[in-house]
Design a protein around this ligand. Structure first.
Ligand code: FES
Length: 195
């Protein structure tokens, strides 16, 4: 080993400390961003949010008015905020969207509808299963667990089954074929015990 090699090397302690602080700062920033995103996607739907498919091959894509067939079947959707954040952090944000004949809507349901399209909470008021099925003969929304049926023309009132209370309606409007939230949920979400 040469004399040169045996000479003590200077420690770049300041540089190392600076890099350490940069890493800590980046991690803190990332942590705050994730926490903020999680917090945001747990808020309730607000005016201006867009409904997007919550499942299937078009998951995350806007539900378009022209893909909803008259008299069903319905589509399940979550709201998405204007920044593109899907509000799926709360299961109670999921809605079931269906198109019916506008002339058959009762006045209350019509007030929150757009071109015959209505959106209701997809959380059953009986035991909180997902209202995801459609009775094509009766043209009714059906809960997958115990078969409660809800009339989409009459603000989702119960017409059959153990549920005791209608589904909450989410008022909507149409913008360039997309379904946009026009107000907060009207009515209580899920079973009586749920918030
Ligand atoms: S949870 Fe929907 S009918 Fe029971």
């Amino acid at each position: 080993m040469s004399r040169e090699d045996r000479r003590p090397r200077r420690c770049d302690c300041l540089g190392a400390r600076r890099r350490e602080l940069m890493v800590i700062g980046a991690l803190a920033w990332a942590g705050t961003s994730v926490a903020r995103a999680l917090q945001l996607n747990e808020r309730r739907p607000q005016v201006g949010d867009i409904l997007v498919h919550s499942m299937g091959p078009r998951k995350g894509q806007p539900v378009r008015s022209d893909e909803l067939v008259l008299d069903g079947p319905p589509q399940l959707a979550f709201p998405m905020d204007p920044s593109g954040l899907i509000l799926d952090g709360l299961r109670f944000n999921e809605v079931v969207v269906v198109r019916v004949d506008p002339a058959q809507l009762d006045p209350e349901a019509r007030a929150g509808a757009a071109d015959g399209i209505v959106a209701y909470s997809a959380i059953c008021t009986h035991e909180a299963c997902t209202v995801s099925m459609w009775n094509d003969y009766e043209k009714m929304l059906v809960c997958s667990c115990h078969g409660s049926m809800f009339d989409p023309r009459a603000r989702a009132k119960v017409v059959f089954g153990p549920a005791q209370r209608r589904l909450a309606q989410l008022p909507i409007r149409l913008e360039e074929g997309k379904i946009v939230v026009a107000g907060p949920f009207q009515g209580r979400l899920g079973p009586q015990r749920a918030s």
